[in-house]
Ligand binder design. Structure first.
Ligand SMILES: NC(=O)C1=CN([C@@H]2O[C@H](COP(=O)(O)OP(=O)(O)OC[C@H]3O[C@@H](n4cnc5c(N)ncnc54)[C@H](OP(=O)(O)O)[C@@H]3O)[C@@H](O)[C@H]2O)C=CC1
Ligand SMILES: CC(=O)N[C@@H](CCC(=O)OP(=O)(O)O)C(=O)O
Length: 351
């Protein structure tokens, strides 16, 4: 392996986010994955458990050994559950490693909100403060040169990208926001659970964590920056019988002038100008999850309802790419000062 590139370690390499990072980073011209890490399977060849990686990874999993990781890597991706990332990040940071954390541990700036929504003690306030919230197309400039990025949640990514420009422009009433979200089952991770097994999911469609989902305060925190005042949203996630994909169908009242679909398209195209991964559909075309599958795109469409005065905004992403590993790499690119698209220019797999 060449060390002329940035060396990356992935903690949580046996999870869906970690395995997706391995796949995507293999195509990155400036990064070499030098350590794949597992807390439960150290010493095992990674391709044993993940035969789809056979040609690209002949190595064995390392244990969670900060000394070893420090000697092998420049950047560490933490694809670990919340509660675990907050234990690992401080040691790696102290050692001068760059950190991209995929968990929810460092996203919420308010420790009380973390305690309430994650039902867990928050990370040290100083560390939370140090972490940049990496929603690339909205706050991407803040990531430049920074050593510690907190990657957004999957639902939060789709919801915020879909709502931020209209809230900031004052075109929609930020007290009226309803986010009706649907996710494929890989969003729940690789661990086995009753709610995610085949006969519970197949031919089924169910809502969960109503008014209690941990991405609610994350969405509100970001939209408050758009509105310039506190925002509360109604957020209802659903599980749908597919593997990848998130669709957010969002409803908002228009307090003043009602805008046409074409006006929304123009506003959003201007807001996301020069940002390759947000594709604003033309008026009358609404995106579907298959149209972003396996890619780092977020596609957005609109429908203004003349009768009710509400606008419906649809956004879709692949939860494992733009919602996790892809955006994490985009954040690495931004923090390194590289082109944000580096290693991420995949056309979605279709059908
Ligand atoms: N799945 C998704 O679509 C998204 C996930 N996320 C977030 O990304 C993170 C990873 O998610 P995902 O890959 O889906 O989850 P998985 O459950 O699939 O994987 C998590 C991995 O973390 C590792 N792990 C567990 N405990 C520890 C520990 N104490 N020390 C080190 N490693 C540990 C496990 O590997 P091992 O037992 O081998 O150590 C496991 O493979 C989570 O925080 C999740 O919330 C964010 C956005 C989207
Ligand atoms: C389908 C499904 O179960 N999805 C997960 C989202 C996981 C995630 O991205 O959440 P954090 O990173 O904030 O933990 C959930 O609803 O909790």
């Amino acid at each position: 392996m060449s060390h002329s590139t940035l060396r990356a370690a992935i903690v949580g390499s046996t999870g869906y986010g970690g395995v997706e990072l391995i796949r995507l980073l293999h195509a990155h011209p400036n990064v070499t994955v030098t350590s794949v890490i597992s807390s439960s399977s150290a010493g095992a060849p990674i391709a044993e458990g993940f035969p789809h990686l056979t040609e690209i990874r002949t190595d064995t999993l390392d244990g969670v050994d900060p000394e070893l990781i420090r000697s092998k890597a420049d950047v560490v991706f933490l694809a670990t559950p919340h509660g675990v990332s907050m234990k690992l990040a401080p040691e790696f940071l102290a050692a001068g490693l760059k950190i991209i954390d995929l968990s929810g541990d460092f996203r919420l700036k308010d420790g009380e909100a973390y305690r309430k929504w994650y039902k867990h003690e928050p990370a040290e306030a100083a560390q939370v403060e140090q972490a940049v919230y990496g929603l690339c197309e909205v706050f991407g400039k803040e990531a430049a040169g920074r050593p510690f990025i907190s990657n957004p949640g999957c639902y939060a990514t789709a919801a915020i990208l879909g709502l931020f420009p209209a809230v900031e422009a004052g075109w929609i009433d930020s007290d009226s926001l309803i986010i009706d979200a649907k996710s494929g089952v890989s969003g729940a991770g690789r661990g086995l659970s009753l709610s995610a097994h085949f006969s519970e999911i197949n031919e089924n469609f169910k809502a969960y964590k109503l008014n209690k989902h941990q991405h609610t305060p994350e969405i509100e925190q970001a939209l408050a920056r758009a509105a310039g005042r506190p925002v509360t949203v109604t957020f209802t996630p659903h599980l749908v019988p597919m593997t990848r994909g998130i669709m957010c169908t969002m409803y908002a009242a228009q307090p003043g002038k009602r805008r046409s679909d074409a006006e929304f398209v123009e506003l959003y195209r201007k807001f996301y100008e020069g940002r390759s991964f947000v594709r604003v559909r033309h008026a009358g075309q609404w995106p579907a999850t298959k149209e972003v599958w396996g890619s780092n795109y977020c596609d957005i469409g609109f429908s203004n309802d003349e009768r009710t005065g509400r606008v419906t905004i649809i956004s879709v992403i692949d939860n494992l790419v733009k919602g996790a590993a892809g955006q994490a790499i985009q954040n690495l690119n931004l923090s390194m000062g590289w082109e944000e698209t580096l290693g991420l220019q995949f056309t979605p797999a279709y059908p």
